[in-house]
Design a protein around this ligand. Sequence first.
Ligand SMILES: Cc1cc2nc3c(=O)[nH]c(=O)nc-3n(C[C@H](O)[C@H](O)[C@H](O)COP(=O)(O)OP(=O)(O)OC[C@H]3O[C@@H](n4cnc5c(N)ncnc54)[C@H](O)[C@@H]3O)c2cc1C
Length: 356
Amino acid sequence: MNLHHQILIVGGGNAGLSAASQLLHEDPSLNIAIIEPSEKHYYQPAWTLVGAGEFDIRDTERPESDYIPRDAKWIKDAVASFQPDQNQLTCVSGAVYQYDVLLVVPGIQLDWQKIKGFKETLGKNNVASNYSFDIAPYTWELIRNFKGGIAVFTNPVTPVKCGGAPHKIMYLACDYWRKKGILDQCEVHYISGAGAIFAVKEFAKTLEDVVKKNKIHTHFLHNVTEIDGPNQTIYYESKDEGGNPLKQSMKFDLCHAVPPQSAPDFVKQSPLADPAQPLGWIEVNKFTFQHTRFPNVFACGDVSNAPTSKTERLATQAGAGGATYSGPYQTHSKYGPIRRLYGLPYSNGVRKTHAG
Ligand SMILES: Cc1cc2nc3c(=O)[nH]c(=O)nc-3n(C[C@H](O)[C@H](O)[C@H](O)COP(=O)(O)OP(=O)(O)OC[C@H]3O[C@@H](n4cnc5c(N)ncnc54)[C@H](O)[C@@H]3O)c2cc1C
């Protein structure tokens, strides 16, 4: 068994698959292996549409084998720890792999347990979340059957994958209830850990109009602490001027909640994590995605500490190694260093990949 690879990729999600396919497209002789434990690949952005009744959940799940590039090796295992000083990592199976270059893209961790009662009530008691493949269809069941009352949508205090997803589903629900003629009987609340509806001003302005049009009550800088499913009550808190917690609660008839998120624990506890960030994101140069302390290590997608939104769009473009994405999330991140290591041409345009 070959336990050494020129390029080793941790995670065969959107970023990992894009990086592998783009690099092999330019040089099929590269020795690339992808470590990915899951037999399935999930198209997560469509889960919002599943929750809104516009997409079938079964169409968001495909065999991972369909997407692993032909010339890459798939190691069906999960990484447990990193030893970057020795250019190696260790898998859950105990296998140790070495690399010249490492790309770490295992996505983000959903910390359901950080909201008391959430996991226990998920999928019942009128509590749903599009952040779960199993539960997204229940969101639609709730929205479709809603007859009016209090509908609560939440957004945690941590960064999340797709900053829009916690509130996109709220607008889609309101739209459906308007068409059904019951929006006037719905009292919609948005409880968010953020200070505004969206971080990008241009988008925030438009979204504020949508919030107003739907008479949505916003509660910014509020942290959801507990969801009591059987009593259909949500608990949340803010801070007063002295920094003391102000606890509040609200009864609900429908609740779509989003879990707090962080880097996966095996990353958080590794030498790759940014020691300044308790959520454990990997510390990279924001222009190159190269690790700031281990030059042959790279990270992008949801797990990096790059100051971008955590989206499929950016994961695939960064992973594909070269896009200059002109838009509100503009990033100049490029895989120039990986390319240079292998004498590959430097890419400066948006590239088409199977996933992008
Ligand atoms: C509800 C929802 C709505 C969204 N909407 C949008 C949208 O509209 N637009 C948009 O651009 N983005 C959206 N996203 C975000 C998008 O899906 C992610 O940003 C994107 O998938 C990140 O890519 P990634 O490769 O970093 O992580 P992922 O695609 O999550 O892939 C990570 C991979 O790593 C693997 N892995 C995990 N642990 C290990 C380990 N120990 N060892 C090896 N491999 C491991 C996983 O099995 C997985 O295959 C949405 C996400 C959700 C949940």
